[in-house]
Design a protein around this ligand. Sequence first.
Ligand code: PGA
Length: 251
Amino acid sequence: MKKKNLVIANWKMNPETILEAKTIFNNSRKNTQNLRNADLVICPPDVFLLTLSKLQRPKNIFFGAQDIFYANKGAFTGETSASQVLDSGAKFVIIGHSERRALGESDEVVARKLQAAFDSGLTPILCIGERERDKEGRHLEFVRNQIKLALSPLRKKNLIGLIFAYEPVWAIGKSSREAMSPTDIHETVLFIKKTVGELAGRDVAQTIRVLYGGSVESENAKSIMEHGNVDGFLVGHASISDDFGRILRSI
Ligand code: PGA
C-alpha cells in the first residue's frame, strides 16, 4: 500500500512577526483545500507555535518544531524541550537539520534528540544528507554513517514508520535548477532504504518514508514526485512564498 505523502514546511527563522506568520499560515491553509493524498506539517519558529496551532485548520495540517533539546527539563538556558513543543501544539519535530549540524550538532546529539522525541510522543523527521558529492560515491558512505549513528541507539519499534528527509546540503537554499535530479534522488532513496534494511531488517525498511529536501520549487516538484521515488518533500524557502501553493498542487 502506498504510504501517505508528507510535505514539511520548514519556515526556518522566518517571518519576523506573528502577524506575518498568520498570513503565511492562512495562505497555506487555502492551498491545502484540494490536497487529498498528503498531509502538511508546518514548522514555524517555536514562539509562533502556540498561537498558530489554536487557529482553525483542516485535518491534514499539523504543526512541527524545527528542533528540540534532548533533556526534558532543567538548567539548559535557551533550549526548548520535546514536551514544551508538544504542549504548544506540535506533533512533529525536525531532527538533525543540516543548518543545526553546521552549528556544531554531532551525530551523537542527533541520536539523543531522536530518542527524546520518541519518549515524548513527538514524531521525528530525521534529516540526513551529504555536504558534497563525488564520483567515487564516497557521499553514500557518509549518508550510511549518518543513518547508522542516528539509528543504532534506538529500539526497533521506534524505527517502524520512521520519516527521513534526505537533504543534500549542497542543494539547500538554491534554485530548482541547482537541485538534485529526480534520477539521482531515486537512486539515493533506494540506497537509504537498503541501508535501513541492512541495519534494522527489510520489514522495517519497507515501512519508512523518505522525503526529499533541497531547493524544491514548483518547477521541479512534479518531476521529483513522479520520478524521484519519494514520499513527499521538506520545503524551505518556497514554503513561505507564493510558490508553495503550486508545489502542493503538484502532489
Ligand atoms: P530549501 O531548504 O528548500 O530552501 O532549499 C530546505 C531545507 O533546508 O530544509
